[in-house]
Design a protein around this ligand. Structure first.
Ligand code: NAD
Ligand code: TYD
Length: 353
């Protein structure tokens, strides 16, 4: 069996490929554009029988057609995306190009491929689109969490582009009968996350005794899920999900940003105490809020719990401690990604604060 993964050199894609190959003998073909967020070194320990990296764009029709024809995958899992809200505020164009037009192109190519499959192969084929809870917009403090029936109300260019891609995926099932599945997951954390996102940024800044930039009042709420729970849920949806359905995935771990940052400080203070006795929480610096900042996300994971028997396994504090240790033990990976491009982003985003 061959599976085409797009965006597999990024954070969740890398974790998904390792997870998949830890228990099966499939060949993973990984189509990745290797943007600033993609890292070819993540997967170099895999053999050629397990993993082939194809550097390219999901928006390149000729290339996607060729991959589908050459490798004849039974499953396609689409992780490829521009994924950072703050970058989408500075430059939304790339988000439209990859998340909307790229996904559209991928769907077109997959539709042509699917149409030519035998009925037996069609039955087994799945296109799984990995999306976010951010498509549902922002919740008030007493609002019930998002279900699969919550109306779409995206607020950032990132979430608007993901919402558009979700709609195309849905339409390709309803109109063309493509075997699609969609997952909408809450905020992930864990190994290999690019340190522009909240948790790895705070870990690395706190380790280096740099300021910890908390947007606004720090009371915005996110639901956090360890990436290994997300990849397990995706495997489950691929295996048992009902074609055409969407599944919300969450950790039932709603936390205010400031609580997350303070917990990171405590974990680091205990793992790597400062010889001068400084507390990392003294580095917390409140900075200008993100424009249009969503106040609260929360997921009702009832459907995936009840229908597919999913349950997150990692508790937040335990997962966070492991994640901090991963960043402490992988200094070479960190150094490699904190390259010129990373420094330019940090200057652009935080320089004026
Ligand atoms: P990431 O930014 O770490 O990785 C994205 C990967 O896609 C990178 O390897 C990048 O090189 C690649 N890519 C970008 N544009 C491409 C293109 N045009 N063609 C081919 N490859 C391209 O993102 P992530 O955090 O791993 O997220 C993966 C997916 O999961 C995204 O679709 C994101 O919207 C979704 N998601 C993420 C989270 C989260 O908390 N990180 C939560 C829910 C859903
Ligand atoms: P982020 O990791 O960018 O994920 P998302 O915006 O997709 O939820 O941010 C998580 C939360 O942390 C979000 O409310 C914004 C906030 N945040 C900060 O307060 N400071 C920062 O430097 C970053 C990157 C995020």
């Amino acid at each position: 069996m061959t599976i085409l993964v797009t965006g597999g050199a990024g954070f969740i894609g890398t974790n998904f490929i390792f997870d998949l190959l830890s228990e099966s003998r499939e060949l993973v073909v990984n189509l990745d554009k290797l943007t600033y967020a993609g890292n070819r070194h993540n997967l170099t320990k895999l053999t050629d029988q397990e993993h082939r990296l194809v550097e390219g764009d999901i928006g390149d029709r000729e290339l996607v057609d060729k991959i589908l024809n050459d490798y004849a995958p039974t499953h396609v899992v689409n992780f490829a995306a521009e994924s950072h809200v703050d970058r989408s505020i500075h430059g939304p164009r790339d988000f439209v190009d990859t998340n909307v037009l790229g996904t559209f192109n991928l769907l077109e190519s997959v539709r042509a491929y699917f149409d030519k499959l035998s009925s037996e192969k069609k039955e087994k084929f799945r296109f799984l689109h990995v999306s976010t809870d951010e498509v549902y917009g922002s919740l008030g403090p007493g609002d019930p969490p998002f279900t699969e029936n919550s109306p779409y109300a995206p607020n950032s260019p990132y979430s608007a582009s993901k919402a558009a891609s979700d709609h195309f995926v849905r339409a390709y099932h309803h109109t063309y009968g493509l075997n699609v599945l969609t997952t909408n997951c809450s905020n992930n954390y864990g190994p290999y996350q690019f340190p522009e996102k909240l948790i790895p940024l705070m870990i690395l800044n706190a380790l280096a005794f740099k300021p910890l930039p908390v947007y606004g009042d720090g009371l915005q709420i996110r639901d956090w899920l360890h990436v290994s729970d997300h990849t397990r849920a995706i495997k489950l949806v691929l295996k048992k999900g009902e074609i055409g359905q969407t599944y919300n995935i969450g950790g039932q771990a709603e936390l205010a940003n400031i609580t997350v940052v303070k917990t990171i400080c405590e974990v680091l203070d205990s793992l790597v105490p400062d010889p001068q006795g400084r507390r990392r929480s003294s580095l917390i610096t409140y900075v200008k809020d993100r424009p249009g900042h969503d106040r609260r996300y929360a997921i009702d994971p009832g459907k995936i719990f009840d229908k597919l028997g999913f349950e997150p396994l990692r508790k937040f504090e335990e997962g966070l401690t492991e994640t901090v240790k991963w960043y402490l033990n992988n200094g070479a990976w960190v150094q490699n990604v904190q390259s010129g491009e990373y420094r330019r982003w940090i200057d652009k985003q935080y320089g004026q604060n």
